[in-house]
Design a protein around this ligand. Sequence first.
Ligand code: SAM
Length: 283
Amino acid sequence: MVLRSSAQEPVEARDPRPFLKWVGGKRQIIDALMAAVPRGLDKHTYHEPFVGGGALFFALQPKRARLSDNNLRLVRTYRGVRDRVDVLIELLRGYASKHSPEFFQKMREEDVDARRDDARVAAWMIYLNKTAYNGLYRVNSRNIFNVPFGRYAKPSILDEPNLRACSRALQNVEIEHRDFGTILEVASKGDFAYFDPPYVPLSATSYFTGYTADGFAPEDQVRLRDVALALKKKGVRVLLSNSGAGFVREIYANDFELEPIQASRQVNCKASGRGKITELIIR
Ligand SMILES: C[S@@+](CC[C@H](N)C(=O)[O-])C[C@H]1O[C@@H](n2cnc3c(N)ncnc32)[C@H](O)[C@@H]1O
């Protein structure tokens, strides 16, 4: 049972929400995704191989789950939240008290991969995510975090009740660092898999000539389609989301059902650039 928070309840009694803001976050279309989740998951495993901020995982709170991503720092952050939440909370409390442009700069330069404790990686990731411009995660060619200081008046660096709720939701969940394709080795008949890959850009001719900002190329999109099809044939229930780009419609047209949905997205950096765009739910 999920407890709702009220003044009398302990701090941890509340529904978990994603503890990171992640590019492609699904909060916008969560209702449409929830409606597309098949019934009867209790005896099966939920798989989310591009976990990012994990919006659908936290909304569903499945009993059995395997989450993965190919960003090792993100995977270590989830493990820190799952296994070391008390230490993580104390670290973030300390960072919140020291927050300043200078402290932010110091954190950006930290050699976080050398830290052996996942709580340290999680604290680093969450601190930068809450204080960097637009809550982006972006690194340079040497894997150094390079998003500028966010200038927020009061960034919420530590949200203790939510971290505790997320930690509880992650107990007994496997969190792995791997490529999405390895799901073929672990998913069984009756399981459910939700794929939220980096989206195909709506207007970028350079995409098809080898330029991809996030390293996810047209070949990877086709490989993902093939993985999803192989899973379907095995009796695994699949759900995918992607942009409404023609290329997406083309590669899924034959073997999948496509449902267009409206999402309100930031389409350029001005506030006026928020507009409704069509995205696709695929199954
Ligand atoms: C669009 S985001 C997922 C957003 C997430 N569903 C949410 O609600 O915040 C895509 C994720 O895929 C991961 N990724 C990119 N290429 C991958 C690959 N080949 N295998 C596994 N994960 C990958 C990225 O690190 C990123 O976290």
